[in-house]
Design a protein around this ligand. Sequence first.
Ligand code: FPP
Length: 258
Amino acid sequence: MSLQDLLEVVPSGSDELPLVRSIDFERLPRHVAIIMDGNGRWAKLRHKRRVEGHRAGIASVRDVVETSARLGLKVLTLYAFSVENWKRPKTEVSTLMGLLKHYLRMELNTLLKNNIRFRVIGRPGLPSDVADELERGAERTAGCTGLIFNIALNYSGRAEITDAVRRLVEDVSAGRRSGPVDEDAIGSYLYTAGQPDPDLLIRTSGEMRISNFLLWQIAYSEIWVTDVLWPDFRRRHLLQAIADYQKRERRYGGITPV
Ligand code: FPP
């Protein structure tokens, strides 16, 4: 995927063109992770029910997945449902679950056509019909070699690290694993094992919080926060985030070269 793939969907004369052309395709983030926030506020501003915000957020998911694939990103991770989100009203939770199922049913062929590998990260515990649909999506796209699209569902960063360490200790104690218990060993037990860590973490709706998302993996991520509410987030915002990311100097705790 390349500049050409992106230009195919940006209408000529669009004010997005300078933005597209400002992207350096040699220095793309490999992994972009997004905390999709602001659906409720988007709905409230329009005097609609909160779930209408989630429904509208699906168009943003489609746009961002397509743009990420066209750009040639390696991994996109979207935070769709945290372990804490079960505290929301039952109707909101069941609508969200229904939307996920619906999304996957509608998009599976597009994902396959675009060589996108769909994966779910998070603890088990989703309703079985939703889990089955997601599992089917993951199985059907398992052979795809383009963008890896992770959806974080029933996800908690602390739970992920706790589960990883527990399994690692069990394997070492049972003699199933030898070698040092170091960062690489822990990383290999995380849901994202084998994937690059996020270079860029985006959060919509202006909140300056991490919300228990990919705590281990974002150690050195660049963070980009926008006031745009998730249902209004589109290709141009992702491109802006990437253009800003490319202006940053990543030091990983080192010093600025003189
Ligand atoms: C946060 O907004 C958003 C969520 C908890 C859910 C995100 C889900 C979707 C966009 C729909 C389905 C997703 C996929 C991947 C198909 P909020 O409700 O916390 O908003 P608020 O802070 O304004 O109340």
